[in-house]
Design a binder for this molecule. Structure first.
Ligand code: AMP
Length: 608
């Protein structure tokens, strides 16, 4: 099967994109037996399914001469679960039908509804939208379905999972009985079967999902790390792969916010995508990735479905997906349309069994490995640098003139070294990771099982690394403000702008009221705000006591001094044992060395 028999307008659009062969799902919907019929299609994301339903509906949109059918209201409607997917489908149908002159309108939550009404009034051939917004337009009379001859439910399983049954039924009930219904779904659970039963007639089933095949372009890796090292592992993975575009998945908006801030601080060009951003912000973020102003995207699952960025070759599951299906959807952002991609799961040691089960359920074989270390990254850098520097470049006379001037002042070896240095310094520094040894894993387990800390509450305070936060003065401060002893404070995690720490649940109320009572405006210490954090430091995870060994390498905010460096075993030089010698400086540093609290000489097992 080729695209040869298609109407000229569609053929031209496909040829302009260099799409010469239909994908499996496209070939299937173009088979004679599928023409004009309702379809239930199980096709994986990345299989070319958008173009497939675009082509499938051609019979309803075009007359025999390949010209657009005339109508006063839309001829086709596509419903998609998320705003991003709807916008993407709209773009895809836009180019596919541009030569034919079809107008595509998009109706999605978060965008200006009155603008959408205007576009609908002015005449749209195809309408693409999210269920809630489409139903709103329908109920307000802005969306006229009387001429509709095709309706597509894209990712129908996801729409039902997201609770859009009522909206879908309202729309389907309002559409003419004579329309074609095309149901696309990655999986076919019972509720989808029921929907097909109720709203379709004599539907043809097309299944192009082949379990093995859906992963074949994605190579999976599972990287085990100690929980406090998750962030460092992310940095090193990004540096090792240097993907043109990478997406990092977190479980919550808060994690997205924190990881985004951290990566930005380290010099990555990064955008964030989560439910807390307005639609406009989300569109801008995706646009920045498309035109390469950004290379890394930190996202929650809500933004994950359907996103199609052709240059995306690395997916990192920073926080483990909630189930095998989410794992596949997230990973399916790469390895699309025949391109190769890598999906990396970051697996904290204690979660390994869970991840193994999830991979088994998804029939995915992953390579278990360590996060890339500094040496591996440097080796990759060397290869890439050589490749980049050996690329032919066009030089001008002015360039040559300057080069000759430089040659009179420096040797060729010096100049080459300077060139390498200039390239290298553009890249964020890799992180030093703790060795992935049985001892390190045991220590991580012990952290989980410290007596009295089986059930804890995470608190958050609004100072972090940028304010020179350090356990040496944070511990005594927590004791003073929260009326607890050091032994009643669990793990402490310091992020760029905030610090998280654990308090046993039995003491949480008492601690919380003490921090409120001791709040005030008289001193810096009184001005610090405390609150309970529902999520805890999921991705801040920077070990404040065993953390990175080279803090001086990354840009610091102005006025923030480098932390003391470490000895070969990771201990800090001149602190903990040094009493006054290690007294920290900075906003609150002068309070840490109070004789009563001693500046934090002891290292508690679960702080690392
Ligand atoms: P989808 O499954 O619709 O998200 O499509 C995945 C990607 O495949 C999109 O970037 C499409 O534009 C691209 N694509 C669709 N059809 C073809 C084709 N026949 N040949 C090459 N790429 C295609």
């Amino acid at each position: 099967m080729t695209f040869e028999d298609l109407p000229i307008g569609l053929k031209t659009a496909l040829a302009e994109r260099d799409y010469s062969q239909p994908t499996d799902v496209q070939a299937a919907v173009l088979e004679p037996e599928a023409l004009g019929r309702d379809l239930v299609v199980s096709a994986q994301t990345g299989s070319g399914k958008t173009v497939a339903f675009g082509l499938a509906m051609a019979g309803e949109l075009l007359d025999d001469g390949g010209e657009l059918n005339r109508a006063d209201s839309p001829l086709a409607l596509v419903i998609a679960p998320t705003r991003e997917l709807a916008l993407q489908v709209s773009r895809e149908l836009g180019w596919l039908y541009s030569a034919i002159g079809a107008r595509v309108a998009t109706c999605v939550g978060g965008m200006n509804p009155s603008h959408e009404r205007k576009v609908l009034r002015s005449g749209a051939t195809i309408v693409v939208g999210t269920p809630g917004r489409l139903r709103d337009h329908l109920e307000r009379g802005a969306l006229d379905l009387s001429a509709l001859s095709a309706i597509v439910l894209d990712e129908a399983d996801e729409m039902l999972d997201m609770g859009f049954r009522d909206e879908l039924e309202a729309i389907l009930d309002a559409a003419p009985e004579t329309r074609r219904t095309l149901l696309f779904s990655a999986t076919m659970p019972r509720p989808i079967e029921a929907l097909a039963q109720r709203y379709q007639r004599n539907a043809l089933r097309i299944a192009t999902v082949d379990k093995g095949r859906s992963h074949e372009d994605i190579s999976y890796q599972a990287v085990t790390v100690s929980p406090p090292e998750i962030e460092n592992a992310v940095v090193n993975l990004l540096r090792f792969h240097e993907a043109e575009t990478a997406i990092l998945f977190c479980a919550t908006r808060e994690s997205v916010r924190r990881l985004h801030a951290t990566l930005q601080e380290r010099g990555f060009s990064v955008v964030a995508l989560s439910g807390e951003h307005s639609q406009q912000e989300r569109n801008q973020a995706l646009q920045a990735l498309r035109d390469r102003r950004a290379r890394v995207c930190v996202a929650t699952d809500v933004a994950a479905r359907g996103i199609d960025l052709p240059s995306l070759s690395l997916v990192v599951h920073v926080e483990i997906p909630r189930d095998a299906e989410t794992l596949q959807h997230r990973s399916g952002r790469t390895g699309r349309a025949g391109k190769k991609g890598t999906a990396v799961l970051i697996v904290p040691f204690p979660r390994r069994k869970r991840v193994e089960g999830m991979l088994r359920r998804a029939s995915i074989k992953a390579m278990w490995t360590d996060a890339p270390d500094r040496e591996a990254i440097m080796a990759q850098d060397r290869e890439r640098l050589l490749e980049t520097l050996m690329q032919p470049v066009e030089v001008t006379d002015a360039d040559r003139e300057l080069a000759e001037k430089l040659m009179t002042q420096k040797s060729p070896a010096e100049l080459a070294a300077m060139l390498v240095h200039a390239h290298r310094s553009k890249m964020p520094a890799p992180e030093d990771l703790m060795p992935n040894t049985p001892e390190a894993r045991r220590a991580a387990q012990q952290e989980k099982h410290r007596p009295g800390f089986e059930d804890t509450v995470w608190f958050r305070m609004d100072i972090g690394r940028k304010q020179n936060a350090d356990p040496r003065w944070i511990l005594p401060l927590l004791c003073r403000r929260g009326h607890v002893t050091r032994n009643e404070i669990g793990a402490i995690r310091i992020g760029p702008d905030e610090t998280y720490f654990q308090i046993p649940r039995t003491l949480a109320d008492k601690f919380h009221s003490a921090t409120q009572r001791t709040a005030g405006t008289e001193s810096d210490e009184e001005a610090i705000r405390f609150e309970v954090s529902q999520d805890g430091p999921r991705v801040v995870a920077r070990a404040n006591r065993k953390g990175r060994s080279d803090p001086g390498r990354r840009p610091r905010p102005p006025g923030v001094k480098a932390q003391p460096s470490r000895g070969p075993q990771g201990e800090r030089k001149g602190d903990f044992k040094g009493k006054k010698k290690g007294k920290p400086k900075g906003k609150f540093g002068d309070k840490s060395g109070s004789p009563k609290n001693g500046g934090g000489q002891r290292r508690r097992p679960n702080d690392s």
